[in-house]
Design a protein around this ligand. Structure first.
Ligand SMILES: [Zn+2]
Length: 416
């Protein structure tokens, strides 16, 4: 139907992104950590963008920028649109910020077209998604669902500054956190647009895709203990080489991740002791990170990995301990919102593709408040957390048109 565009929305998105990319804690590269001076500046700029778009806006006690457009029925459950404006160190300019800017562009578009939504629309710019400064993760979005843990305020950055002190310096208010929590009955859904951070959309030649679920993660620490010996004198048949055993286990992990749908499994750390060129390795400590959009699939995969690694250890005469230390469930996206996004993707002439998210997002926290869904935007070579992060104006435009369509549909008609 509406398959051609003058790219005006895409250009507007890029202009707003330019406005936010100026705010960095480090000259010459983009670093915007939670509650830093650059975060404050970016929050102020976001606040200005929201006000210019006609939104009733403020910065909440944890630094989230909130902009509200009233609806025909001001008491109808509101639609939320958001993402984050904090970044990693030496970041790209799209991760998070794109989703915030798109929310503002939707508000501008509705206003320009003279559309009053049936329910209020709120645009949110969260501040603590990247886990790059404090030990916290998604703290600003969890606050909305009433899940802010006050002990998070005692977390410290690498300079020893507590989150509480940083928040006060930022102009926030630790006493006001409880007041951020929202009543789930007042919200109909949360939409987040984000760069894919992976290569799938590019491989499929699609500008956007719809997230099916945000992957759950199981993590474990493992230790294999064998026996040290002289690399020159101990015959191959009489060795208990811990590293050779782990090499086999890494193969098991890789196969386990590769042979199931949408799963990934990684050994990211392996420390060898004693670590000398002429000594048979006696001990290896390694890690496992296994992810899947389906909790049952992930648990079965991890069970298989454990039993196959135990069998390998037994065959080789080494001992193995595996200690899981994290099991974070998958977050399925809301079925009705997924259908709404798919329909909107169809209206711009693009085939809707569902894909899981391998990375966590504010939508994980928001799904504990209300139904949540995400739209991914193709990024060059799947690169993120890197200044080379890049999207095209055409894809930004496609994402904006999809979001405008979806929001119009979700907020159309007489409120019930
Ligand atoms: Zn992000």
């Amino acid at each position: 139907m509406n398959t051609t565009s003058d790219l005006s929305l895409g250009r507007r998105v890029m202009a707003l992104l330019d406005g936010l990319a100026r705010h960095s804690d480090e000259p010459g590269r983009l670093t915007r950590l939670y509650l830093s001076p650059a975060h404050r500046d970016a929050a102020e700029t976001t606040l200005r963008f929201m006000r210019e778009a006609g939104l009733d806006s403020h910065i909440d006690p944890l630094g989230t920028v909130v902009g509200r457009m009233s609806g025909a029925d001001p008491d109808a459950p509101a639609l939320l649109i958001g993402s984050h404006i904090d970044t990693v160190v030496d970041a790209g300019r799209f991760d998070g910020t794109l989703g915030v800017v798109l929310g503002i562009v939707v508000a501008e578009t509705l206003r320009a077209e003279g559309i009053t939504p049936s329910c209020p629309i709120e645009v949110l710019a969260f501040g603590d998604e990247e886990n790059a400064r404090f030990p916290t993760n998604l703290s600003t979005s969890y606050a909305l669902s009433g899940r802010y843990n006050p002990t998070w305020l005692d977390g410290r950055d690498q300079d020893g500054v507590s989150l509480r002190d940083a928040l006060i310096r930022f102009g926030g208010d630790p006493e006001g956190i409880a007041g951020i929590a929202r009543n789930p009955a007042r919200y109909k859904g949360y939409l987040e647009v984000h760069i894919e951070q992976g290569p799938l959309l590019e491989a499929r030649n699609l500008p956007v895709g719809i997230v099916s679920a945000i992957n759950g993660i199981t993590r474990a620490r493992a230790t294999v203990t064998g026996e040290a010996g002289h690399a020159g004198t101990v015959p191959m048949t009489m060795r208990r080489d811990a590293l050779a055993a782990v090499a086999e286990m890494i193969g098991i992990v890789e196969r386990a991740g590769s042979t199931r749908t949408d799963t990934v499994a990684t050994v990211g750390v392996a420390q060898v002791q004693p670590g000398a060129i002429n000594v048979i390795p006696a001990r290896v400590d390694f890690t496992l990170d296994a992810r899947s959009p389906d909790d049952a699939v992930r648990h079965a995969m991890v069970e298989d990995i454990v039993s196959e690694c135990e069998a390998a250890a037994q065959r080789r005469g080494v001992s193995l301990t595996i200690e899981p230390f994290m099991d974070s469930p998958a977050t399925p996206m809301d079925k009705d919102l997924i259908l709404g996004l798919e329909e909107a993707v169809g209206t711009i002439g693009v085939t809707p593709l569902r894909l899981p998210s391998g990375a966590g997002h504010d939508a994980v926290a928001m799904a504990s408040l209300c139904p949540a869904a995400m739209l991914f935007v193709r990024c060059k070579d799947g690169i993120s957390h890197n200044p080379a992060e890049s999207i095209t104006v055409e894809d930004a435009d496609a994402a904006a048109r999809v979001l405008v369509e979806a929001v119009k549909k979700l907020t159309a008609g007489a409120p019930r």
